[in-house]
Design a protein around this ligand. Structure first.
Ligand code: ADP
Ligand code: MG
Length: 457
């Protein structure tokens, strides 16, 4: 059973360090033992052991501490079970070569009907995202139906499939579920799943090394691109992707795209890409209603092999509305607490575990976010609201917008208004710029984290 405590620790580490590092060093770890004195972490091999000991010891200590553990020592053991978890499929986000099925040059025809033969064709899909554990409600019905249709008739009706929604509402889950289901039905097809950030990075790396860009995406049967918004404004990468898209589309290969906005709202997306994204099917995911949120909690609890009483799941679902990732995080915290303290989940326990952070969050106002961000950067709120464009002012302004959006879940027009702007596209652009910097730049990640701590200090 996956330990909720360890899930909570991993969840926090995942958002603190670069994605690739997390996937390489933390993903296949388990909690072998934890008591007041010692925490033993199971790792798959000696490389991971060494890396965690040398580089991540203090991060682990801090994160364990945050989750209520202060062991005297942390040790690592090479753990059999951790190795066995890899059942022949990789979960790592780094793209895995699947060359044996590939032909360069002309696109081969895909025989979508081939029956399963072997599981030799791997792809970097995360097997935890399936249709089975995706809860369908009014907000995601259309996107779900379109996803199912694609599995039945790939490369035909809905090509591309473009799914968009706000953060934490299930885009990644759904598009990966499509890939997993297609792979299950036909392990011989070649599925490439990648974020647009990674596509960009690989493309830039190939340019710097003066190599031709890998043709692996052009020769996939199914190309899944997550978080397409990050490609916007990167002209050369957009051009490369445009050609990839055309090659695949012409050969009736299935293309699946996710983004935080519909194609016509992504700022600075090249027109020809925008129009292609609208060729097929566009479906949005709306925030789930109360019943769906409760069903999701039950489903997640089930994955942790526990049950949550109805009143507790209702309490959680009533208090956390905007984002499923947050809902899941709250549940994980509650389960971790129960695991450590030997209590069963109940409303008083939930209040105890989440109470303080929830109520603090409620007390925070728009004005405070702007003021506290300004203070952190030694500028005045007046300057943030002004038209000044120097970086010393514009960056705190962008970070304010990012925090207004993420901490208070304001709409983009409201975010813009809170910093004295009329045009909501400014807010969209600023928020996505900070999101991107956080993903790419550790010092930015740290800065934003520190500002956030000030907000709730
Ligand atoms: P996004 O990519 O839109 O930001 P994710 O797909 O990463 O969101 O979803 C965030 C978390 O919420 C994931 O753990 C995912 O499994 C879960 N989730 C989202 N929607 C659903 C759903 N309908 N049913 C079950 N879990 C869901
Ligand atoms: Mg996602």
């Amino acid at each position: 059973m996956a330990s909720p405590l360890w899930q909570a620790v991993l969840g926090e580490i995942e958002v603190t360090i670069p994605r690739a590092s997390f996937a390489t060093w933390f993903k296949n770890t388990t909690l072998v033992k934890s008591d007041g004195q010692e925490v033993v972490i199971g790792v798959p091999n000696v490389f991971t052991k060494r890396q965690l000991e040398e580089k991540y010891q203090s991060l682990l200590e801090q994160t364990l501490h945050k989750n209520g553990l202060q062991p005297e020592k942390i040790t690592f053991t090479i753990h059999q079970e951790t190795q066995l978890q890899k059942d022949g499929r990789t979960n790592e986000p780094a793209p895995v070569e699947t060359t044996q099925k590939r032909q360069t040059g002309q696109q081969r025809q895909t025989d979508w009907s081939v029956k399963p033969k072997s599981r030799s064709n791997t792809s970097n899909l995360n097997s935890k995202y399936t249709f089975d554990n995706f809860v369908v409600g009014a907000g995601n019905e259309l996107a779900y139906a379109a996803s199912q249709a694609i599995v039945k008739n790939p490369g035909e009706k809905y090509n591309p499939l473009f799914i968009y929604s706000g953060v934490g509402l299930g885009k990644t889950h759904l598009i990966q579920a499509i890939g997993n289901e297609m792979f299950r039905k036909n392990p011989d097809i070649c599925i490439e799943c990648i974020t647009s950030e990674r596509f960009t990075k690989e493309f830039i790396a190939s340019t710097l090394q003066k190599k031709t860009f890998s043709d692996k995406y052009r020769s996939a049967d199914v190309l899944i691109v997550d978080d397409m918004q990050f490609i916007a404004g990167k002209e050369k990468t957009e051009e490369e992707f445009f050609h990839t898209f055309n090659a695949l589309h012409q050969a009736n290969k299935q293309i699946i795209i996710s983004s935080d906005q519909p194609p016509n709202s992504i700022p600075t997306l090249e027109e020809r890409l925008r129009s292609r994204f609208e060729w097929g099917m566009t479906a949005d995911i709306q925030p789930p209603d109360l019943e769906t949120r409760m069903a999701i909690i039950q489903s997640k609890a089930h994955q942790h092999q526990t049950n949550i009483p109805g009143d507790v799941s209702e309490y959680l679902a009533t208090h956390i509305r905007s984002n499923i990732r947050e809902l899941e995080g709250a549940l994980t915290k509650v389960l971790a607490h129960c695991e450590m303290s030997g209590q069963t989940p109940s409303i008083p326990v939930v209040e105890q575990v989440l109470g303080s952070s929830q109520s603090k969050r409620h007390r925070l106002t728009q004005k405070q976010i702007v003021e506290k961000t300004a203070r952190y950067f030694n500028v005045t709120p007046h300057e943030i609201m002004s038209a000044r464009r120097e970086k010393t002012v514009s960056q705190p302004r962008q970070i304010s917008m990012y925090l207004l959006r993420n901490e208070l879940h304001l709409s983009f027009p409201a975010v813009a208004k809170a910093v004295g702007r009329k045009d909501h596209t400014t807010a969209i652009h600023s928020v996505s710029k900070i999101e991107q910097s956080i993903a790419e730049d550790a010092s930015m990640r740290q800065t934003v984290q520190q500002v956030k701590e000030q907000l709730y200090a």
